[in-house]
Design a protein around this ligand. Sequence first.
Ligand code: A2P
Length: 274
Amino acid sequence: SSVAETVEAAPAGEFPIPANVFAETVTSVTHYTDRLFAFRMTRPQSFRFRSGEFVMIGLPNAEKPVFRAYSIASPAWDEELEFFSIKVPGGPLTEHLQKIKEGDTVLMRKKPTGTLVHDALKPGKRLFLFSTGTGIAPFASVIRDPETYEKFDQVVLTQTCRLDAELSYGRELVAHMHSDEMMQEVMAGKDLKFHATATREGETKGERITTLIENGKLFTDLGIAPLDPANDRAMICGSMAMLKDTEALLQAKGFEEGANNSPGTYVVERAFVD
Ligand code: A2P
């Protein structure tokens, strides 16, 4: 059969690339902690996506590779693709993905999708991006997109992680936004604020984003007005528990969930783990 021929054609110990997926080359890998790493890879010329969307990622290490949803962390204009990943011990994909090196092949399904996109939000003045852990990935894309600063006067990115070291990816990214000349042009004189807390250690222990919204510390820390559905829009990305609790808070303030076909005042995406 033609399947047997394809298998024979693959070099020893390797598997044929499945039909209808891109096979891309890793260009860099950065490990942040024993649980977190980021990697960049080549971008297919024909591949288009909206900042904030996710794709299915896999490795060519089996006849039928395991694919998992990964938010694209790079902006739509970037010539490469960037991803920020957790390492799950024994996780069917991340157990292997965490070992990738420059030059390795990563598989990507062809269709991006997602709700953390400008199309799903009504126009507003301030954009709040609430994340926990690797939930910051889609926002790494959104805060590097010029459309974000065309549509909003102020962008407020928040991230909570258990440990301080887990906040490094976001901290470095935001520092780059403020120091890099090209990023300054992307931001077009608009304001980007970052509020990061470690919830299991140090001075910010216990400061979940939900707590910080409820007690108002998020707004006093940043010197900004409290949430107001008339002018504010929000995107949320984190664990199921965080999504549920943050959504409940926003809904109580009068925010309404949006979708691609019916824009609202907030949108949600689950963080993707093994
Ligand atoms: P905490 O340390 O208080 O549990 P996790 O690794 O469990 O997904 O947690 C990542 C981050 O999300 C941590 O800062 C954690 O805070 C926070 N978090 C977990 N559950 C919730 C929730 N229901 N609401 C808000 N933040 C949460």
